[in-house]
Ligand binder design. Structure first.
Ligand code: GLN
Length: 478
């Protein structure tokens, strides 16, 4: 059985093509690893047999001399909010715990067409609501770097799968930070593309005007390769963009032409000083390599969190109305009548955080409060977006911390939703603006816990983010 020590996907591919290993051996090794890391609770479903059958088919394909795909033999894990035909699609919820998808999401079709191997579905906060992965019906996920701590959320299982070498790459979703924050907490790379860059067809909706599928990997190059495959127009999602997809994996940059915006609103008292220091070290590194650091201001940042926690629950309350016991998933037993079925199926099927969001969302959309909350929040959302677009007239990228705090202890914030929401302070504005961002490892804090640096780009400027991320990786290796 091969060691899981591939430096990157190109390294694995090279070993496969030169017949030093096989898809079957690599897949078996990853499946064994998943088994040995079971206590981390990163997976909800593992495709043990199916992945091996597929690996053998791919080995036969290579042997037959047929053209192989761009992700040939790549072992990948998928957040359990993305549909895979004939597989369970739980969204980390009791209400869908026995629901099976009847079709593939577009991202799945694209990965399979390029010969990736799907290992299983990963654990997550229920319906992607959370920042610690403690809101899952299937139990909390542990951070492999310190198993007493959370991995971040909501895509905690996907971040852990990569960090613990249970998959080479994984897909997550990012509505308010759910790819970038767990990437930062687990010391891996996580990218949220521009809104509309990746099709949402087959992604169970949380807040449709924010949701984007993103990628976790150990390095920026692998994340770029996968994003390149899943990105691009899709007739099944009218919000997907028809802009051509760049060659993200080949992106490079001359730092002497790079202006890096440093927003003063990101470096306040809310930020732990040792996290600020780790981020500043990276900024100084970029400067030493020729980049220009430019102070910028994003004046509406202070309102972003409040705006997000009005708009996202509002959209969620509408999107989750479909789970009523009649059409999907869990239905309460021995109901009296139709209303009783709705009430009991939803009361028993949803967890506390999801119910809290549905109530918040329903409240801000109700007729007496719509103007004061929902409409007002939409207006401020626009101002936040304009802050970013204006800043990008002056600078090429914006850099700052991904999270104001280090990975916290399991259980530490479960009873304090507001403290949990504050963990998203640097990630949600990016979703409000719709721009792309990537979290890359940036050393450790004073306790030795990972710190993430967030690079934010202009609309559809993913290539530049990957190019800068690759340079930052070189600084990590030293
Ligand atoms: N933590 C944020 C929330 O709970 C973001 C979630 C996400 O991006 N899916 O809403």
């Amino acid at each position: 059985m091969p060691e899981l020590s591939f430096a990157s996907y190109p390294d694995l591919r090279e070993q496969l093509l030169s017949k030093q290993t096989t898809c079957e051996a690599v897949t078996a090794a990853y499946l064994a690893r998943i088994q040995s890391k079971k206590h981390l609770n990163a997976f909800i479903t593992v495709f043990a047999e199916k992945a091996l059958v597929r690996a053998k088919e791919l080995d036969a394909k290579l042997a037959s001399g047929k053209t192989i795909g761009k992700l040939f033999g790549l072992p990948i894990a998928i957040k359990d909010v993305i549909a895979i035909k004939d597989e369970r699609l739980t969204c980390g919820s009791k209400i869908l715990s026995n629901f099976t998808s009847v079709y593939d999401a577009t991202v799945i079709t694209r990965l399979v067409a390029e010969d990736a191997i799907i290992l299983g579905k990963t654990n997550m906060d229920e319906f992607a609501m959370g920042s610690s992965n403690e809101n899952s019906f299937f139990g909390a996920v542990k951070n492999p770097l310190d198993e007493t701590r959370v991995p971040g959320g909501s895509s905690g299982g996907s971040a852990v799968a990569v960090a613990a070498d249970c998959a080479m790459v994984s897909l997550g979703t990012d509505t308010g930070g759910s790819v970038r924050q767990p990437a930062s907490f687990c010391g891996v790379v996580g990218v949220k593309p521009t809104y509309g860059r990746v099709s949402r067809y087959g992604l169970v909706a949380f807040a449709s005007s924010f949701d984007q599928i993103g990628v976790f990997a150990k390095n920026a190059g692998d994340a770029a390769l996968v994003l390149q495959v899943i990105a691009g127009e899709d007739k099944c999602d009218s919000t997907s963009s028809d802009k051509p997809v760049g060659d993200y994996a080949a992106a490079s940059i001359d730092l002497s032409n790079l202006r890096v915006g440093v927003p003063k609103e990101f470096f306040t008292d809310a930020l732990a000083p040792d996290i600020a220091a780790a981020v500043n070290t990276k900024l100084e590194f970029l400067k030493s390599r020729g980049a220009t650091l430019v102070p910028v201001s994003l004046p509406h940042s202070e309102h972003a969190l409040a705006v997000y926690y009005i708009l996202a629950p509002a959209e969620a309350s509408a999107n989750l109305a479909r789970f009523d016991g009649a059409r999907y998933g869990y239905r309460a037993a021995d109901v009296k009548d139709l209303t009783d079925m709705y009430v009991r199926s939803r009361s028993e099927g949803f967890g506390a955080e999801v119910k809290r969001r549905i109530m918040l969302g329903t409240y801000v959309l109700s007729s007496g409060y719509y103007d004061a909350y929902y409409r007002k929040a939409q207006q401020v959302r626009r101002l936040v977006r304009e802050d970013y677009l204006k800043a990008f007239e002056q600078v090429d990228v914006i850099a700052g911390p991904t999270s104001p705090i280090a990975p916290f202890k399991l259980g530490e914030k479960v009873d304090d939703p507001l403290a949990m929401y504050l963990a998203d302070i640097y990630t949600v504005p990016i979703n409000l603006a719709g721009v792309p961002a990537i979290s890359v490892p940036a050393g450790v804090d004073k306790q030795g816990l990972p710190v993430g640096l967030q690079l934010i780009g202009n609309l559809f400027d993913e290539s530049r983010l990957f190019a800068v991320a690759k340079i930052l990786e070189q600084s990590e290796m030293k």
